[in-house]
Design a protein around this ligand. Structure first.
Ligand SMILES: *[C@@H]1O[C@H](CO)[C@@H](O)[C@H](O)[C@H]1NC(C)=O
Ligand SMILES: *[C@@H]1O[C@H](CO)[C@@H](O)[C@H](O)[C@H]1NC(C)=O
Ligand SMILES: *[C@@H]1O[C@H](CO)[C@@H](O)[C@H](O)[C@H]1NC(C)=O
Ligand SMILES: *[C@@H]1O[C@H](CO)[C@@H](O)[C@H](O)[C@H]1NC(C)=O
Ligand SMILES: *[C@@H]1O[C@H](CO)[C@@H](O)[C@H](O)[C@H]1NC(C)=O
Length: 179
């Protein structure tokens, strides 16, 4: 397992593994094993990352959008990537995991990572036909698997268009302690 603090060790990306069939349900998405991909095709990029299957980034104008999960790949050099099992799953068949971001909680600031310095906090949008809201999940194994926060959603303004939270670590100790 790559150390979470190493540069470019991990890539969490938004993908839809069975995008051709929007009715395909979460239960058909493999868990605990990487989605297989054919990397030998003539037009397949060999440098940097491409997902094993489906589309890399949500496309709001294309009919293939649907069933979004967060995929996961690891690298030690930033050029070649190893596909890992899907990291973040939606809570049900009608909800998709849209974009967001993740940080390593090296100092247990969240309180969810006693005794470890490689906990990962993901903040992401969940979307269904009637709303989008922001959610949090914690990974105690360096980003391989995530447990959703029991208090989700953490931000919900009752909107159908409200997404893509970008989270940063605030290392300014004065600011961190002032609240
Ligand atoms: C999704 O739907 C399938 C059947 O269509 C069902 O077997 C499965 O349990 C559902 N999954 C969830 C998370 O609701
Ligand atoms: C992490 O935070 C939790 C909650 O504040 C606390 O109980 C635990 O002792 C902390 N662990 C470390 C190693 O700081
Ligand atoms: C999805 O739909 C349900 C009921 O229609 C709603 O309560 C929920 O907040 C919606 N939004 C998300 C992102 O799950
Ligand atoms: C969500 O909207 C799509 C497109 O209109 C529709 O096919 C699907 O049945 C809807 N899902 C639910 C749970 O209402
Ligand atoms: C962790 O705490 C140390 C000591 O207070 C600080 O220097 C460092 O910036 C913190 N790192 C993060 C990621 O919060």
């Amino acid at each position: 397992m790559p150390r979470a603090s190493s540069i470019l060790s991990s890539l969490l990306y938004l993908g839809s593994v069975f995008a051709q069939d929007a009715s395909t349900t979460s239960s058909t998405v493999p868990t605990g094993t990487p989605v297989p991909g054919n990397y030998d095709g003539a037009l397949r990029p060999q440098l940097h990352f491409s997902p094993p299957k489906g589309f890399m980034v949500y496309n709001p104008t294309a009919d293939v959008a649907g069933n979004q999960h967060w995929g996961h790949a690891t690298t030690t050099d930033g050029y070649t990537f190893e596909n890992q099992p899907i990291a973040l799953f939606p809570p049900n068949n009608e909800t998709f995991v849209f974009s967001g971001s993740a940080v390593v909680d090296a100092n247990n600031t969240s309180g969810y990572f006693p005794g470890q310095d490689n906990g990962v906090v993901a903040v992401y949008t969940l979307s269904n036909n009637t709303s989008q809201n922001q959610n949090v999940a914690f990974s105690k194994d360096g980003g391989y698997t995530f447990e959703p926060y029991e208090g989700n959603p953490v931000i919900d303004i009752g909107s159908t268009q409200f997404r893509d939270p970008q989270v940063i670590i605030n290392t300014d100790q004065d600011l961190a302690h002032s609240n």
